[in-house]
Design a binder for this molecule. Sequence first.
Ligand SMILES: *[C@@H]1O[C@H](CO)[C@@H](O)[C@H](O)[C@H]1NC(C)=O
Ligand SMILES: *[C@@H]1O[C@H](CO)[C@@H](O)[C@H](O)[C@H]1NC(C)=O
Ligand SMILES: *[C@@H]1O[C@H](CO)[C@@H](O)[C@H](O)[C@H]1NC(C)=O
Ligand SMILES: *[C@@H]1O[C@H](CO)[C@@H](O)[C@H](O)[C@H]1NC(C)=O
Ligand SMILES: *[C@@H]1O[C@H](CO)[C@@H](O)[C@H](O)[C@H]1NC(C)=O
Ligand SMILES: *[C@@H]1O[C@H](CO)[C@@H](O)[C@H](O)[C@H]1NC(C)=O
Ligand SMILES: *[C@@H]1O[C@H](CO)[C@@H](O)[C@H](O)[C@H]1NC(C)=O
Ligand SMILES: *[C@@H]1O[C@H](CO)[C@@H](O)[C@H](O)[C@H]1NC(C)=O
Ligand SMILES: *[C@@H]1O[C@H](CO)[C@@H](O)[C@H](O)[C@H]1NC(C)=O
Ligand SMILES: [Zn+2]
Length: 824
Amino acid sequence: KLNVHIVPHTHDDVGWLKTVDQYYYGANSSIAWAGVQYILDTVVQQLSVDPTRRFIYVEVAFFSRWWREQNTEVQQEVKRLVQEGRLEFILGGWSMNDEAATHYNAIIDQMTLGLRFLNDTFGPCARPRVAWQIDPFGHSREQASLFAQMGFDGLFFGRLDYQDKETREMKLKMEEIWRGSQSLHHPEADLFTGVNENGYNPPAGFCFDAYCKDDPIMDDPTLEDNNVKQKVDDFISAAHKQAKHFRTNHIMMTMGSDFQYSNAKAWFKNLDKLMKYVNSAVRYKNSDTEWSVKSDDFFPYADAPHQFWTGYFTSRPGLKGYVRESNKYLQVCNQLETLTDKIIILPGAAMGVAQHHDAVSGTSKQHVANDYAKRLYIGWPLKHFIIWLKIACFCRAADIAKTNLTFCDYMNITLCDFTQNSNRFTAVVYNPLARAVSKYIRIPVDCTPSYIFVVIELVTGARLTTQLVPVSEATESVRRNRGNANCELVFLAKLPALGYNSFSIEKYKSSATNKRLFTPKGKVVNPSDDITISNEFYSVNFNRNSGLMDSIVNIESGIKIPVHQDMLWYNGSMGNNASKQQSGAYIFRPNSSTPFHCSNDGKVKLSVLTVNNFYVYNVIDIIVKLIVYLQGSNPLVQEVYQKFSDWAYQVVRLYKGIKHIEVEWTVGPIPVKDQWGKEVISRYETNIDSNGYFYTDANGREVLERKKNYRPTWKLNQTEPVAGNYYPVNSRIYIRDAHVQLTVLTDRSQGGSSLSSGALELMVHRRLLGEDSKGVAEPLNETGQFGDGLITRGKHWLLLDTVTSSAKQHRLLGEEAFMSPLVM
Ligand SMILES: *[C@@H]1O[C@H](CO)[C@@H](O)[C@H](O)[C@H]1NC(C)=O
Ligand SMILES: *[C@@H]1O[C@H](CO)[C@@H](O)[C@H](O)[C@H]1NC(C)=O
Ligand SMILES: *[C@@H]1O[C@H](CO)[C@@H](O)[C@H](O)[C@H]1NC(C)=O
Ligand SMILES: *[C@@H]1O[C@H](CO)[C@@H](O)[C@H](O)[C@H]1NC(C)=O
Ligand SMILES: *[C@@H]1O[C@H](CO)[C@@H](O)[C@H](O)[C@H]1NC(C)=O
Ligand SMILES: *[C@@H]1O[C@H](CO)[C@@H](O)[C@H](O)[C@H]1NC(C)=O
Ligand SMILES: *[C@@H]1O[C@H](CO)[C@@H](O)[C@H](O)[C@H]1NC(C)=O
Ligand SMILES: *[C@@H]1O[C@H](CO)[C@@H](O)[C@H](O)[C@H]1NC(C)=O
Ligand SMILES: *[C@@H]1O[C@H](CO)[C@@H](O)[C@H](O)[C@H]1NC(C)=O
Ligand SMILES: [Zn+2]
């Protein structure tokens, strides 16, 4: 007997073509009619009238809203439906989160928020047993591990590589045990995982929604149009066809799709009839419940040749960065709440919404992306207030409770009116990590050459070493007419675990003696001199002719290898004869595998900052002048500024005592006047013998091995040599050989790959004019607040070390990139 499980469901995106509010009410209906309130209204009504009917519901962000609007009578009825298993919650997250651009911390939070609502509202009987990730564009192993550890019995999803799916159908591997973790003892992270036959849609001919054109079941025997026999035959044949791909005599049919069931009656009436007429026994093979085991993941996802969903790993880098930054604030609030007894309800819902598979993924329409960012932003002042309140309670060193705690959201572009206009203030620096760290803090200040700054650590009274770093050309071009801080004041803050330290900062008019120190002493550098910056751990060399990074020396381990770094761009495809597929918000498809230089002729303009306590700064066009201003050795930070073009800059930094190299990239507005979309990458080329292997993390947790043009579970027919080798990088990517490892840590999710031995690349930004026909129907053509293309700035941290030593460092460093200190 073949058991066909009919699963009526609706897929309600928490924002995509419309904002989450517009979807709930059904507003902005010219784009799509969808209105979730009507879905829940009519589904509940239809379940109530017939106790044999069933429905599953997923997104708690929508359900919790609807619930609040119901009167007690309806709420009682819904409780009864839930108790009796007629309305069943599946997954139960606030949203159905993306798996490629999310951090595990945010996944856990968004699941907690939804599941807690269900438990608080309906009690433990409403606890979802099955995870339901039917729409996300590829699936991460960490997600499976988390679900297993949350106690789910199984996971179902719809999207996997088309070749993978064909192979699974053939080998009866549509259902498997997914081993979600390399490090946990199985079965701790084992999860039963099923691939849906039709994504999440009904079989052809059986969509009974207002959105569909399939005929209803017309069963009056006296009518000419009676189609019962036809429908029953079609259904049985669809069921048999599907059953051929599965091992047991149980198969599932997903009856519903995007925003369906707004008139639930049409669906239920026809499903009732269908089941009534089909309910005849079908002979079938004996069930065989030996499951195969899978231990890799489902990235990257391609739904056809040339159609790799690897662009969204990087799409909307500004939003991806903002989601990460907002997460930090949320964690700080949570931590501070735990440390006191006062409980304040936190704005975690905006973060839950932001994890949705069209939110942080960057695949929504522009007005929806703006709405996600706005929701996050609305939470910030409240978070600031909570942090202020808590810090004030704890403050012993200074009487901060009586003063104002100021937060500057744009420290990343050296913008903070308060610090640049004050002569004395206190910086409070909170460390959200559960271990003590020492971190360099950079405060925007006015350093017009007659001021000196004194920084005192309040708890010890110690005067700290400081350095003034002038604002770079790149920063000026990003902030334009905003702010006038001309320096960043740099000092090292020692921070306790889950705690803060305070620093008094005072600005003085300097005496004549001090003034002298501000006068730069020029030193002509011999053309043969290397351009090198160094600290105790690394020295980084730059090529005098090209201005590019050339080699890195790890002083401790004695590793010295060529490391050639460049910023390049792929030209987005507009489709060709092989396939009409264009590069867009979801899809990455370069016009050519060979990227172009961001700089015009492969040469970048280079300037160097190697100074003492006070500042010296000069743009040195090394090709023209070859003058570097030096004033003794510099105490805290050495920086090399690279200008690739008017829209691509980098700063390479080495801080005293810090065991990694910081590379800060600033990209945008990406020029599109030539009508070519551009996908900008940072590429490292080394002599590491990596031989096609590279390693990327899953949601900031465990690391998976990748191999170029290879998939562990089927023989790959590669149709896109670049895009088909891209993987999500949430926190780190590395290449290695027997001895040496190069690791790059990121501050947000990006796509990355290794396309040749010894090379590694990360896509940092993309702007496209085409449309990839995957639903969003808008080019990914982001603009910033000044109307031209979006400018984004972010950081990469580099480690070059032995394989053993790298393994010890990258995990801790990943945490530090994720939870950097909060400066107030
Ligand atoms: C409705 O959608 C369109 C198209 O994306 C958008 O331009 C418009 O701003 C939206 N309207 C509202 C009120 O958000
Ligand atoms: C679920 O709710 C009950 C009260 O209905 C509470 O006792 C229990 O701790 C909750 N469980 C979780 C995991 O929060
Ligand atoms: C705090 O800031 C507010 C608004 O800027 C101001 O009105 C108030 O006087 C300040 N309080 C103190 C104690 O400085
Ligand atoms: C960039 O791609 C477009 C569209 O595919 C193509 O027409 C154009 O020639 C390409 N430009 C270069 C420099 O290859
Ligand atoms: C692409 O297809 C068109 C029409 O099918 C044909 O005329 C053209 O020659 C093809 N171009 C290439 C480069 O194959
Ligand atoms: C790249 O652009 C060129 C020139 O328009 C075109 O001939 C070629 O087919 C394009 N390739 C892809 C993959 O888009
Ligand atoms: C690989 O895929 C392409 C595109 O679908 C197809 O034309 C080709 O025949 C396939 N190659 C093999 C060996 O299957
Ligand atoms: C992309 O954005 C720019 C700047 O807003 C605009 O001028 C241009 O028309 C847009 N192009 C497309 C294809 O949307
Ligand atoms: C700087 O940070 C703010 C707040 O996180 C963010 O909105 C903005 O996009 C960032 N600027 C750049 C250039 O990345
Ligand atoms: Zn969706």
